[in-house]
Design a protein around this ligand. Structure first.
Ligand SMILES: Nc1ncnc2c1ncn2[C@@H]1O[C@H](COP(=O)(O)OP(=O)(O)OP(=O)(O)O)[C@@H](O)[C@H]1O
Length: 360
């Protein structure tokens, strides 16, 4: 995600619109009100609390995993959730869950931040690694396939690794720190790609709160996301300990363009991001459009609309030295595999290896 660690702009010498007492420190994009730091903390935290309550996201006694990358969003999420859990007596058992993709000089450093967060917030931490789950680190994958398409491997493996880690922790739900900017980018990118099926699936998956329901992500009703600038401001004012370096393997120019475009729009109209998300939510797919049917991967059991899930397809390609299998639009294992095997004259049985070494 974009590094937005800019110092928040001062809102002149005006008084806070909410308390009428302290000096205003920033402007809220939603209401354009000038507010002070203390009122900002309260509004920011209570907005999240309200969404949790309105959508009955959690039940007392539940075990909740927090996807912790060490970045600002998940650090703010972990901090705010543990504060709210205490303040409002949610009665939740919170855990940090990190995925080590095996990216030297990036993830190893950010994991050090998460280890400090473990102590600072008193939340137990579980780390699962691509090496243990799939037998490959991202460093090794990039060595084999180069920089092009490496984000596809990383994204697919991470999504599944988070689910596997959640199963190991026996959590009832997994929450991630996707912010409003991430969601708006995804809405825009999928419209630009004309990929409606993926669009719906991503909207479902890339929500700040995903209900974790063993091997299957249920539809979440959570539809409110905090804006990236506000998250940066919150982390900056609160002096939270987070890691803010960009991944060394993520050139992803197309997403970068969408990000810059959205930022420009936001500068002109602060509500732009929320409006893009709203449009995404209101977007209805024509009933004549064929949607993928969701089932389970025949090999590892993970949620999949194809015979094999994307992670198994990609992993098979890596293990066979045919890493292009499964890259690009999802046409299913049979199609991709046949093409790649034709090219390589291969004749091995595709269903020969298990996906990863850990079971659900
Ligand atoms: N390696 C990881 N381990 C655990 N959770 C992760 C990991 N990478 C991403 N996530 C989860 O997915 C969310 C969105 O991912 P994204 O790639 O935008 O994260 P980031 O920019 O590295 O960090 P952040 O979103 O925390 O600022 C994160 O907030 C986090 O909850």
């Amino acid at each position: 995600m974009e590094n937005g660690d800019t110092k928040p702009r001062r809102a002149g010498g005006r008084l806070c619109c909410l308390c009428n007492n302290r000096r205003a420190a920033l402007k809220r994009p939603k209401t354009l009100e000038q507010i002070c730091r203390e009122c900002f903390y309260e509004v920011f935290e209570e907005e999240i609390h309200q969404v949790i309550v309105d959508n009955q996201l959690f039940k007392p006694g539940e075990r909740i995993g927090i996807g912790a990358s060490g970045g600002k969003d998940s650090t703010v999420l972990a901090y705010v959730l543990s504060e709210l859990n205490r303040r409002h007596n949610y009665g939740l058992d919170l855990f940090l869950l990190s995925v080590d993709e095996g990216i030297t000089g990036y993830r190893d450093d950010s994991l050090e931040t998460v280890k400090r967060n473990e102590v600072q917030y008193g939340l137990p931490l579980k780390i699962v690694s691509y090496k243990d789950l799939y037998g490959w680190t991202m460093d090794e994958i990039v060595k084999m396939i180069g920089l092009k398409n490496n984000c596809t491997f990383c994204g697919v493996f991470r999504r599944q690794a988070l689910d596997r880690g959640a199963a190991l922790l026996k959590v009832d739900k997994l929450v991630t720190g996707h912010n409003a900017d991430d969601i708006a980018e995804t809405v825009l990118l999928n419209i630009l790609r004309g990929d409606v099926a993926r669009y719906e699936l991503l909207l479902e998956i890339e929500q700040m709160y995903c209900n974790y329901n063993r091997r299957r992500r249920a539809n979440s009703e959570m539809q409110t996301f905090q804006n990236l600038n506000l998250i940066c401001t919150y982390a900056y004012f609160k002096r939270l300990d987070y890691f803010s370096t960009e991944c060394i393997y993520s050139p992803n120019a197309y997403r970068g363009f969408a990000r810059e475009f959205i930022k420009d729009l936001e500068r002109m109209r602060p509500r732009a991001i929320l409006d893009i998300i709203k449009s995404g939510e209101d977007f209805r797919i024509a009933t004549t459009t064929k949607m993928p049917e969701q089932g389970n991967c025949a090999r590892c059991g993970y949620i999949s609309s194809q015979k094999w899930c994307k992670a198994c397809v990609l992993l098979e390609g890596l293990n066979r030295g045919l890493p292009k299998i499964g890259i690009g639009r999802s046409r299913g294992i049979d199609n991709d595999h046949q093409k790649e095997m034709k090219r390589s004259n291969g004749s091995k049985n595709i269903e020969s290896k298990q996906c990863g070494t850990l079971d659900f």
